[in-house]
Design a protein around this ligand. Sequence first.
Ligand code: MOS
Length: 738
Amino acid sequence: MSDSIIGAGPRRIDGRLKVSGAAPYAADHYPDNMAVGYGVFSTIASGRITNLDLSEARRSPGVIDIYHHGHFPSLYHTPSSMMQGNKVEETRLPFEDDRVYYEGQFVALVVADNLENARAAAYKVKVSYDEDQAIANLDQGVKAHGTQKGKGNHSRGNPEASFAGAAHSIDYTYTTPVETHNPMEMHATVASWRGERLHVYESSQGVLQEKGALAKIFGIAPNQVEVESPFIGSGFGGKLWMWPHAVTAAAASRETGRPVQVVVPRQQMFTTTGHRPETRQRLRLATDDRGRLVSIRHESINTTSFTDQYVETCGSVTKSLYSCDNVLVSHETTRVNRGTPTSMRAPGAAPGLFALESAIDEMANEAGIDPLEFRMNNYADRDESQDLPFSSNHIKDATRQAAEKFGWSKRTPEPGSMRDGHEIVGYGMAACNWEAMRFPCDARVSLRADGTAYVTCATQDIGTGTYTIVAQAVSDVTGLPLERITVKLGDTSYPEGPLSGGSWTTATTLPAVAEASRKAIEQLKSHATSGKGEFGDVAAEDLSFENGQLSHNGRSMNYTEVLNAQRLASADGEAHTGGADTSKYSFRSFGAHFVEVRWDPGISNLRVSRVVSAIDVGRAINTLTARNQVEGAVVMGLGMAHFEATDYDSRNARPVNNNYAEYLVATHADQPEIDVILLDNPDYEFNEYGARGIGEIGITGMAAAVANAVYHATGKRIRELPITKDKLMENIPEPQRA
Ligand code: MOS
């Protein structure tokens, strides 16, 4: 394998299309005769619709029809199985009955000739409710009806007994709020029935799952459904699965006989398209007198909806990051009147590592050991939860490299002891960790007579750089330059590719693309050595192919000449590659974040001033896009640490900051210097490229690194995200004035 293009940092091949506005997103499609649907959304979080007064809305200009629970086609439920390829997170169908389970639920859909008319009419629909007392948050849920058992639970040894007899121990509870995916592009569907076939443009991280779900819901064969999502304004997990708006669009299109577009308004992006649930996590850790972990218990509860159980697996990392004989990880859920939660960047691990890595810091302090040294002494060398070796684990190296670059050795352990003028400086660190996954994948590569390569795979590029790395893999195998490689993704008519999620797209897709490229070259050689070919006297296996040239014994010819001489359009290769074999190794990615915060008690200003992150994901295929992923994840982690929280009114479970103005995320001004170290330890047990994937790991541990730095600066341990300034405004050591 040539090293030139793999591990290089070429710019995104789709960058020009995107910055010039030429890249088509879902709602950019306007099929002929398209109508527009606009939702009417519940204004209560729990209860029943008693009346819908549609009279004024019906008289509104341009209205074609209004759908609601009394007027909507009868559809089927999808089994919602990821393995069957038809998963959704909210299994209840829109308008299935008169029940309301959360504020912002679809209670009607007005279809009109254009957006303005649809929206104007939607505002005129008058809904009456019989309102029940809503369950507004985790505490209320637990109090009202307790918890249900989750999944991903684990236990080994006897954590209770070893805790009781330990030299040092801690027992703290950490909480994280609802966080809501806020991709720039809102969820959008353009659905068109063409006879018995349904065509959909969707902003989706998984076109094949949407195709499977729509087929089940409409009771048709999967091959009657086509879903396209060539570009998406990102999703962060919120677009892995189809949400109710897509069903309303497809049904309205079938009923009206016209293409129908439905865009989810920003406010309902907070209610009816998933979110990261609220969590409460109790951490009990204990060590022996030398600071070795002897007991770990991580018990979490997360909120879910009344219609579905979503489990946030907060303890997923806790099972294997540290060496310990006595471990308990448990997950439970409690129902609240919110929409169904879903995966949000590093589901489980992001809130889970906030708790675990905060607790490790507290444990190290309790045992009187530097938190870096404490981790070094306790990191696991093998996956003790599965009793398997890690395929590759360089967390100690990552931690050392980042510590060195950050200057951890300058840290003085006493909280508030590092001052710089009117600011108090705090240093904190945390581990990051994410499972590496790889699934079966198909891909097709054509080497065309015009000198280009044409690649298809149904996986998506969600803004992460998939188009570019697929082209890099083809270039690597064929020697063609990137500008002569056309990559087509995000279309169910292409060979089956993975969901763009779980950080598994790279590891899953690239081996299939490489194999398809090799098969295309094989076919090319067989054309060249066939009776009619230029190398008719040569055995195919004796022919070499390099940089577009076919050669044998000093005779050389460009492959395009070979194809053109036989009037062949292309030589093609199709490949199917398998998933990871998880029986021999535990595949995980590792890393460490080091964070400097500055607290100015005079004006109560807190900022993150410096971040050094060392990430070990095996090999990075594209160092530019890989670095972008880590930088983006670090910024999202800062947002999680300081700002992000969807707040609900405790009286009625209605979200109060469901808009871009009041839901705070980290902005440019909040961004410090971010120094990303990409370790380069190719993991060839995982795939031929040694790549494990990089989208999510960067957010894991980030909020804990900030919390640990805040503790070091202020002496205040904040166990409730987000760490807002008001939580720091008491009992802060006064800075020394020069
Ligand atoms: Mo990711 S939360 O699997 O898109």
